[in-house]
Write a protein that binds this ligand. Sequence first.
Ligand code: ATP
Ligand code: MG
Length: 288
Amino acid sequence: MELHDFRYDGTGSFDLSRYPTSARMDKQERPRIEEAMQANIERMAELQDRLYADGREGVIILFQAMDAAGKDSTIKRVMSGLNPQGVTVCSFKQPTHEELAHDYLWRAITHLPRRGYIGLYNRSYYEDVLTVRVHQMQTGYKMPARCKDLDEETFFTQRYRQIRDFERYLWENGYRLLKVMLNVGLDEQRKRFLERIDNPAKNWKFSASDLAERKLWPQHMKAFEQAIGATATPEAPWYVIPADQKWHARYLVSQAVVEVLEACDPHYPTVSEEQRAKLQQCREELTL
Ligand code: ATP
Ligand code: MG
């Protein structure tokens, strides 16, 4: 199975259950896959250097997933070859009072990377149609009746449309978006939670509230299915990456990052005749 098997761009209907949580790769493939990932990491570094020098296009890579799907470790490993100078990272936690006093896209906008940069979003404004929908948090929002006294379907259908519009706005303003769902299975999550409880170095990653979310698994999957189905477009497709085998998931993500950077087709700025003559002049001065 290749990356494009996990890409959904809005063509046809979206059925999350058709996307596997594991590509069931043979363990023997691991060294070959890890080598391919290393090659992708090197390619990413090259492309990022040009993206930065070029400065025409910005790239946003966002990750959504259930707990323990591997968002943090994917960011740590796949992005390890990037120059930190051209990267911004933002983890979207529970909104603060100030954030809640604004519209939900406000904090995503304030963290947009510059053109030429790569912005990593660990969670994103999609929380506002995922967790918020699962927990019906919109009912507690301080907003006028015309904004929140809508039935659930209407409220979230509006938000999906707002997100599509926002992503189109980004596209039309020089950004490319890579949207990744790390699709972990219920049983694999259980194993990873147990590891977080049993391994003292991982205790800090576990919180009892993660179990409460786990119990709402079907509701979360439904929210993912609705959100992905309504917001995938050719300019802003979703990648639903099987995440049970971390080493393979990381490879697929590295492949998607290479592809989005290649699509930017970044070039080092070209030097005009005039600038070249000036450079030559400077060279002569230095070698006098
Ligand atoms: P880890 O995977 O290491 O646990 P995390 O991203 O889960 O990291 P936490 O602080 O555990 O970080 O969780 C952040 C929590 O904030 C998540 O439960 C997420 O659903 C919630 N959250 C993020 N954005 C929003 C939002 N806009 N509205 C409500 N809840 C949100
Ligand atoms: Mg958490």
